[in-house]
Design a protein around this ligand. Structure first.
Ligand code: AP5
Ligand code: MG
Length: 190
């Protein structure tokens, strides 16, 4: 099973990815978690990415793609991608790679949450440098400018759906599972 989670900062991508990974026995691959780990390790990739992550700007595509190639190809039982792709450019570039490997995504899940709830969640979490009011504001505008066009690009594909992410995490999880199980990509005979 190969899934993508798309949603604004604080929409619950990490929360839902973790549950889906446990439920289906697939790998949870979070671009943000991997970037933060590189920053903590002070690796060369981390040194390059740190300033972008702290400011809430997108890390250059090539850096993110290089970082994800290994975990994605290693996830032979499937994966749930959390935070990637985040732009139309990333979607197009990664599609070219995964298609040749035969590991295209089977479902893209958009978590929809109203902005005041996003801000409230992020301020109460306070993850680090990028959970201050000013940086949250910037992350939300980057989402509007760079990721909302990705939703428009995927709109109308039968394997893409939106769920109301403002409900309790468990309710959102069960909704996602039901929606996935209805998709032709999972139910069609081979
Ligand atoms: P990333 O780590 O992906 O951050 P983000 O998109 O800003 O989202 P968050 O991780 O803050 O939120 P989430 O949607 O995972 O929600 P969560 O489950 O934590 O990216 C960070 C940075 O890395 C980017 O700014 C960029 O610099 C860089 N980056 C990452 N990917 C990149 C890419 N592809 N290209 C370029 N750069 C990239 O939940 C949030 C809070 O809400 C938690 O406290 C949680 O407990 C709570 N919560 C969750 N669900 C619910 C619920 N249903 N009800 C109530 N509370 C809930
Ligand atoms: Mg996250």
């Amino acid at each position: 099973m190969r899934l993508l989670l798309i949603g604004a900062p604080g929409a619950g991508k990490g929360t839902q990815a973790k549950r889906l990974a446990a439920r289906f026995g697939i790998a949870h691959i979070s671009s943000g978690d991997l970037l933060r780990q590189h920053v903590r390790d002070n690796s060369s990739l981390g040194q390059l990415a740190a300033a972008y992550v702290e400011k809430g700007d997108l890390v250059p595509d090539g850096v993110v793609m290089d970082m994800l190639r290994k975990p994605v190809t290693a996830a032979t039982r499937g994966y749930v991608l959390d935070g990637f792709p985040r732009t139309v450019e990333q979607a197009e570039a990664s599609y070219a790679v995964v298609r040749t490997l035969g590991v295209e995504v089977q479902a893209a899940i958009h978590l929809d949450v109203p902005q005041p709830e996003l801000v409230h969640r992020l301020l109460s979490r306070g993850r680090g440098a990028d959970d201050t009011e000013a940086v949250i504001d910037h992350r939300l505008s980057v989402y509007q400018e760079r990721t909302v066009p990705l939703l428009e690009y995927y709109a109308g594909r039968e394997w893409m759906f939106t769920v109301d992410g403002a409900r309790p995490a468990e309710v959102v999880h069960e909704d996602i599972v039901q929606r996935i199980q209805k998709l032709a990509t999972f139910t069609a005979p081979n």
